[in-house]
Design a protein around this ligand. Structure first.
Ligand code: ADP
Ligand code: MG
Length: 686
C-alpha cells in the first residue's frame, strides 16, 4: 500500500524547485496533490470536420499539412509561424506566435490532430496556437484535459504531469477509503478509479461518477464528524433553569412588541434552558432582526434562576453597545450588568473581578478579555457569544469551561440558508429570526458608475447638511495583488484625502481601519457616534454590529470587489434609525459579470436569506462560506449549491449509520472511523 502522507517531493517530476510552489497551493503531501481537483476541463476529445467549425469554439481536427511551414518575423519580438492543413471537407490556416520550434515538428504531407480555438470569418478558418499530436498519439489532443484552479507559478502542464505521476504511484496500491457496503449500496466507484477519472476522465459519464463518489465521501465524513460532536454534547447533564421564572414577565415590560419570529425562538430557548440537556444553540437572524433583545431575555431567565451570564462580543465597540442595551432593560429589574474590556483600568478591573467572583455582578459583558484566567464566575449558567465567526471553537470552549456545563447561545448575522445551516451546523441546534421588526424603512440601494459621481456627492452633501452622517467603505488592498490592480484601487488614507480635501473640505472627515490600535478605533467610533465626524472612511472593520442611527448613507467604493455577504452586512450599518437610508454602490462599468450580477441582486433585495441563496447560486459555496473566518469547513470538491440534493441524502445516510453504530466501533465502519478521526483532528473550526 502506498503512503498517502508522504511528502509531495517524492512524486516524479516534482523537483526541489516545484516543492515550494506546490506548498503555496497548500499541497504538501501526495494526498494533498491527489485531492487538488480540477476546476474545469477542456474537452479535446471532440473531433470535427473543418467545414463544421464554429467561430470561437475549442475543438480538435484531424488534418493533413498541405503547405510548407512559413516563418515570418513581423517585428522585433514577434515571429509568426504559419501553415495550411486540410481534411476532406476544407482547409484551415494554423498559426503560432513566437514558437519557431514548431517547424521541426510538423512536416508537409503528414497528418496530425490539432486542438485549439477556432476563428471562422468569411472564407477564412484559422486555429491559433494549436497543440497537436501525431495521429497515433494521445498526449495533447483527443482526450479530456483537466484545468486546475490557481496554479501560482506552475504551468497547467507541470501540474498535469505531476498529477499523472502521482496517479501512477497509487494505481493498484491505494487502500479503499469507504466501506465496501456503502460502495455497493450507493453504487459508488472505488477510490482508485475515482481519482483517475476525476483528473483524467476517459469520458464525461465517468467523470460524473467519479465526482459523485468523491463528493459523497467528503460530505459523509463531515456529517459523521458533526454528529459525533453533537453526541459528545449530549452526554453531559446541563443546568435546569427555573420553570417559575417566566420570560413573559420581562417581555410585557419591553417598549415594543416582539415579532412572531422573536417569540418563536424565545420559546425554543426557554424549552432548552428548562430542560436538563445542555443548550448549544445558534441564533441566526439578519442584521437588525433583533437578536440582542432575545439574548437579554434569555439572560433575565438565567439570572432570575440564580445564575450568572457571560456575553462576549468581537469588538470593544460592540461590547459597549451591548452593555448599554442590556442595562436599559435589565437594570430596572434589579439585574447588575458590568463591562470588562482590555482597556478597563487596573483598578476597575480588580473591582469587577472581585464582584464577579462574589456573585455581585449578574451579567458580565466584554470582549476576548472575558477569556483571561483571572475572570472567575461564582456561578456561570449562560454564555452568549455575538457574531460567532469572529470566535474560534477553542475560545467558545474556553469561556464555557468557566461554568459547570452552562448553556450557550451563539448569535450570528451570517444569513445561511436554512437547509444549509441545518446541515452545516450539525453540532448546534438552530433558531432563526426570519422577520424584521415592523415599520422598518427599506434601505434604498443604487449601483452607480463614475458618471454619477457628481450627483452622488451633491446628494451626500444635502444629507450631511441636514445633520446626517455617512460611511464610506473601500476595499482592503492586499499586498499580494499585482501592481496593475493597485493602480486603480486606493487605500483608506488616499480615499480620506480625496474626501476631506477635494470633495468635502467643509466637513469633518476621519478614518478607521483594521490595523489601528483598539484604543484609537474606539476613539474614532465614539466621535462618530457623538456626531463629531460627518464622514467616516473605513475598510470593512465596521462590517459587524455597530449601531449609529444617525448615519443614513453607506457609500461603498469599488463595490464590485466585495462579496455579496459583505455588501449586505455593510448595508446593514444604515437604516438603524428614523431616517430614510441609502446604500450607494460605486462600481467599475468594466467589472466582471459576477460583479455586475451582485450589483443587480443588491438593488433588488434587502433580504439576507435571498442574498445568501443567490450567492450560493453565483459561486457555489460562495464567499459566505469560503472564508475560514466563518468557521464553516472549506470543501475540496463539494459545491453546496450543485450538491444540495446530495448533501440532503448524505445526511440521512449519516444519521442511519450513527444510530446503528454511534461510536463507529463496528468492524464494517472501521474506515469511516478513520475518516472522521482525521476530519476532527484537522479542523478546529468544524
Ligand atoms: P441585530 O439582530 O442586528 O443584533 P438588534 O438586536 O441590534 O439587531 O436590533 C436592532 C434594533 O431593533 C434595536 O434598536 C432594537 O432595540 C430594535 N428592536 C428589536 N426587536 C424589535 C421589535 N420587535 N420591534 C421594534 N424594534 C425592535
Ligand atoms: Mg447585533
Amino acid at each position: 500500500m502506498v503512503d498517502l502522507k508522504q511528502n509531495v517531493q517524492y512524486v516524479k517530476s516534482v523537483g526541489p524547485a516545484k516543492v515550494p510552489l506546490l506548498n503555496s497551493l497548500n499541497i504538501y503531501t501526495l494526498e494533498d496533490l491527489l485531492t487538488y481537483f480540477p476546476r474545469e476541463y477542456e474537452d479535446r476529445s471532440k473531433i470535427k470536420n473543418i467545414a463544421d467549425l464554429i467561430d470561437g469554439e475549442e475543438v480538435t481536427i484531424i488534418a493533413r499539412v498541405v503547405s510548407e511551414v512559413n516563418i515570418n518575423r513581423i517585428r522585433k519580438n514577434m515571429v509568426i509561424v504559419k501553415t495550411v492543413a486540410e481534411d476532406e471537407t476544407g482547409k484551415c490556416i494554423l498559426t503560432w506566435f513566437n514558437q519557431t520550434y514548431i517547424k521541426q515538428h510538423i512536416k508537409r504531407g503528414e497528418s496530425y490532430k490539432f486542438f485549439g480555438k477556432v476563428t471562422n470569418e468569411l472564407n477564412h478558418i484559422e486555429i491559433k496556437n494549436p497543440v497537436f499530436d501525431k495521429i497515433e498519439i494521445t498526449k495533447n489532443t483527443g482526450k479530456i484535459m483537466p484545468v486546475y484552479p490557481s496554479t501560482y507559478k506552475l504551468s497547467q502542464t507541470a501540474i498535469r504531469q505531476a498529477m499523472q505521476n502521482a496517479l501512477n504511484m497509487i494505481n493498484s496500491k491505494i487502500q479503499e477509503t469507504l466501506p465496501e457496503y456503502l460502495l455497493s449500496e450507493y453504487n459508488l466507484l472505488g477510490i482508485e478509479k475515482s481519482l483517475n477519472e476525476i483528473h483524467f476522465p476517459t469520458n464525461l459519464e465517468n467523470r460524473l461518477q467519479a465526482r459523485k463518489r468523491l463528493v459523497f465521501e467528503e460530505l459523509l465524513t463531515l456529517q459523521l464528524a458533526l454528529l459525533e460532536l453533537k453526541g459528545n454534547n449530549k452526554k453531559e447533564k446541563g443546568i435546569e433553569f427555573n420553570k417559575n421564572v417566566k420570560m413573559s414577565n420581562i417581555i410585557n415590560k419591553l417598549p415594543f412588541k416582539l415579532t412572531k419570529a422573536q417569540l418563536r425562538v424565545l420559546e425554543e430557548i426557554d424549552k432548552d434552558m428548562e430542560s436538563k440537556k445542555i443548550m448549544n444553540r445558534l441564533l441566526q437572524g439578519d442584521v437588525g432582526s433583533g437578536k440582542t433583545v432575545v439574548a437579554i431575555i434569555s439572560a433575565y431567565k438565567a439570572v432570575k434562576s440564580g445564575y450568572q451570564v457571560a456575553v462576549m462580543a468581537p469588538t470593544a465597540i460592540l461590547a459597549t453597545q451591548h452593555k448599554e442595551e442590556f442595562n436599559k432593560i435589565l437594570k430596572p429589574l434589579g439585574i447588575r450588568c458590568e463591562l470588562l474590556l482590555g482597556a478597563t483600568t487596573v483598578k476597575n478591573k480588580k473591582e469587577i473581578l472581585e464582584k464577579l467572583h462574589n456573585g455581585e455582578i449578574d451579567v458580565l459583558i466584554g470582549t476576548h478579555s472575558l477569556l483571561t484566567e483571572n475572570v472567575i464566575f461564582k456561578n456561570l449558567g449562560l454564555v452568549v457569544t455575538d457574531e460567532q465567526h469572529r470566535f474560534g471553537v477553542k475560545q467558545r470552549t474556553n469561556i464555557i469551561s468557566k461554568g459547570n456545563n452552562p448553556d450557550t447561545l451563539v448569535m450570528t448575522a451570517t444569513p445561511i440558508p436554512r437547509t444549509l445551516a441545518l446541515i452545516l451546523y450539525g453540532d448546534l441546534d438552530i433558531s432563526i429570526i426570519d422577520e424584521l421588526p415592523p415599520n422598518r424603512k427599506k434601505i434604498e440601494t443604487y449601483a452607480v458608475t463614475k458618471k454619477m459621481e457628481e450627483r452622488i456627492n451633491n446628494f451626500i452633501k444635502k444629507n450631511v447638511d441636514e445633520g446626517r452622517q455617512v460611511y464610506v467603505v473601500c476595499p482592503l488592498i492586499e499586498e499580494k495583488e499585482g501592481e496593475e490592480e493597485k493602480n486603480d484601487l486606493k487605500s483608506v488614507k488616499e480615499w480620506t484625502k480625496i474626501y476631506s480635501e477635494q470633495i468635502f473640505p467643509e466637513y469633518k472627515v476621519d478614518y478607521i481601519y483594521g490595523k489601528m490600535k483598539q484604543k484609537e478605533k474606539d476613539e474614532v467610533m465614539k466621535k462618530f457616534k457623538n456626531g463629531e465626524i460627518n464622514i467616516l472612511v473605513s475598510t470593512t472593520v465596521i462590517e459587524v454590529g455597530v449601531n449609529v442611527p444617525n448615519a443614513n448613507i453607506m457609500v461603498i467604493e469599488n463595490a464590485d470587489r466585495f462579496g455579496l455577504a459583505q455588501l449586505h452586512q455593510l448595508r446593514g450599518r444604515v437604516g438603524r434609525g428614523e431616517y430614510q437610508s441609502y446604500c450607494i454602490l460605486k462600481y467599475n462599468s468594466k467589472c466582471s459579470q459576477i460583479g455586475k450580477e451582485r450589483m443587480k441582486i443588491m438593488q433588488e433585495t434587502n433580504e439576507g436569506f435571498i442574498i445568501a441563496e443567490k450567492d450560493l447560486e453565483l459561486r457555489g459555496t460562495g464567499e459566505f462560506f469560503g472564508t475560514k473566518q466563518h468557521g464553516i469547513p472549506e470543501f475540496k470538491i463539494a459545491n453546496l449549491f450543485i450538491d444540495m440534493p446530495m448533501l440532503k441524502s448524505v445526511q440521512s445516510v449519516a444519521l442511519k449509520i450513527e444510530s446503528e453504530d454511534p461510536g463507529l466501533t463496528l468492524e464494517k465502519n472501521k474506515l469511516l472511523r478513520k475518516l472522521v478521526k482525521e476530519k476532527l483532528n484537522q479542523s478546529i473550526s468544524l
